[in-house]
Structure formats: C-alpha cells, structure tokens
Design a protein around this ligand. Sequence first.
Ligand code: SF4
Ligand code: SF4
Length: 385
Amino acid sequence: MILSKQVGVYLNQGHCLFKQFIYNSFLENGFDITPEQFLVMDALWDEGVLNQQQIADNIQKDKNSVTKLIDGLEKRGLVVRIAAGTDRRSKNILLTKQAEEIKAKVVEVALHAVEQICNDIPQKEITRFVYVLDRMIKNMSTAVATEKKVQTTDALFDRLMEDYRFREGLNACINCGTCTAICPAAEFYKYDPRGLTSIIQSRDDEAIEDVLKSEAIWYCGECMSCVSRCPRKNAPGLIIMALRNLSQELGYFTESEKGRQQLALKRTVGENILNYGYCIHPHAFDPALHPESGPITKWVDEHLEDVHQRLGSNLNGEGPGVLRKIPQSALDELKAIFDATGGTERFEKIEYHSKQKAAEMGISYEEYFHQTTVKNSKNHSDKTL
Ligand code: SF4
Ligand code: SF4
C-alpha cells in the first residue's frame, strides 16, 4: 500500500478501533457509556454547567449530535436538563449526583485503556506520534473550521427551506383549521396539520426539532386532501414530506415509535421494489412478522403456488399476467434510479441511524428490527375506533 493511502487507512481504522476499545473497557467495568458520551461528561466535570452549544464547541461536534449524546446520558440518569433563565426552551446541562460519584472510576478506566493501547511502545515514539498527529490536525483544521461554520449556521428551518416541497408547501397559514377538518389522518390519530404548520412557521428550531422527533409527522397518509381545501394554497402534506426527509437525514426518526418503523418499511416495501419490482410480493411476505393478518393469510402463504394458480395469476412466471416476474434489466434500472436520486443513500441512512438506536436501547439489531415490525402501541389515537 502506498504511504499516503496507509495514512488514511490507519487513521480511519485507528479511530474506529480506539472508540470500540474504550467503549468495551467502560462496559467491562460496568459503565454503559460511549466514548463520545464520556467526552460530554468530561467537559461537564471540568466546567460544571454548560448549554448544548457550549458542549458542542467544547467537544467539537455539531449541535444535533450533541443533542443525541445528551439524550443518551439523560436516559442513563447521568445528566439533567434545566431551564436557563426565563426562556423555557433554553436549557443548561448538569451532571447528576450519580455522574459525580462515578467520575473517579470512569476517568481511571479511560486512562488505563489508553495505557493499554500504548503498551510496549517506547515513550519517545509516542511523543513523536503525538507531534505528527498535531501537525496533521493543524493541516486539516482550516477546512474543518469552514465546514463547521456551514453546519452551525445550517439551522433546521433553513435546511427545510432547501427542500422545494417545503418552499412550495408553506405559505402564510392563517390557522383556519380547514386542513385538520378535512384530513382523514386527523380523524384517527393524534394529528393536527394546522398545528404543525403553525409550529413550523414560528421558525423556532427547538420546536421544529421536537416535531422532527415526534410521532405526528408519520401519521399523514399523503392523500393531499388538505391541498385542495386550504384557502392560502398551503400544502401540509408536502410540508410533512420535507419534515420526514430531514428527520431521516438527521436520525431523529428513531426517537418515535412510528419513526422507528421506517426500518420495517425500508426492509419490506423498499427492498421489495428493488428485489421484485413490487411493493408487496407474496414471496417476500412473512406471516410471522404480521401476526395481525391472521390464520387465513398464514394458510395462503403455506399454499402459495396452488392458490395463485387457481386465481389465474402468473406468480413469478415469464411473460404477461398478474405478479409476473419483472425482468432483471428493469430491476437494474430501478436500482440505478435509486442510486441517482438518493434513494440508496436514504436506505443506508435509515439502517445506520436504526443500528445506532438499537445500541442505545441495549438490544440486538435483529431484535430492534423485529420490534419495529410487530410492535405497535395503542397510544397513537385518542379517538374510539
Ligand atoms: S396529505 Fe396528510 S395532512 Fe393532508 S389531508 Fe392527507 S393525511 Fe392529512
Ligand atoms: S387550511 Fe391552510 S391556512 Fe388553514 S390552517 Fe391549514 S394550512 Fe393553515
């Protein structure tokens, strides 16, 4: 391998292994915290109280990533958010008593882990290594500083405005409520397109972040009934599409049950399109993942070929007919369209963020997928159905 390539490969490999090694060390000593969460705690141990932006600056991560780290620490009872001053949306982050109690041991584990990584490497070489790393970091810092500036000024509302669906769907809402009155989803779910439109128009990023993490944005059926009724020609359905897009992009969708179900949809409907050319295909249907479908569907699945022959379909056969086999050339075209339009990348992001969430929840990725497919709480409606 040429030297310049080795630098990239080893830096990347070292970075991943370093994080994994430290994480394992914490786990072995009974601390379920990631190295990034440790950095947040370390900053708070040093500074006392910080707000989210100060933590982001301190550990050189973007504010959205810090939000997720703080969420994880809060769930573990290691930090709390408290209101900063009179603005209830502005929060300071504080370590809990539990976090103060484990400080000495956690720091000791971290230092010991680094000692193990440096084991049997002479001090002189470590010093030289630190010097070289420092030089590399300085060489990269200008580019990273520019990128960071772009990220931090990239507010959620501004990012939404980059989406043509959002720009075209959002005009001056007069809060008349016609969209909510006509919306079929509002009839069944705790869902109010008028309310959502109103929140978005506030341009309040913290409120928008709450919306991106909410169940509400996954209730819309995209029927577009709202569009034709709105006196201001707003399109709440289009706004919802843009919100879903950003929620998937940033990983916020994993914070809600309906959002987490995006993984199930990606693995079923999404992958069926690429593998079969159909959203739903009998060969891809697993009755075990759909207990709600009942014993008849299970029986049909067990007698698939026979049932489809009797119904006259051409299940996976050549030539015309219902459920005919889609030629490989057409499937290849579909894949090329997904690649070119960002669909493939979106699928990868859904997998990536879901995997992170499974780790945060402390369950295997297999179990996480199973839950997103079979579990559905009864909390999505306040109506009697
Ligand atoms: S597109 Fe969504 S918000 Fe609009 S009426 Fe249909 S379900 Fe309701
Ligand atoms: S119908 Fe249009 S103007 Fe009325 S609340 Fe809904 S989005 Fe706003």
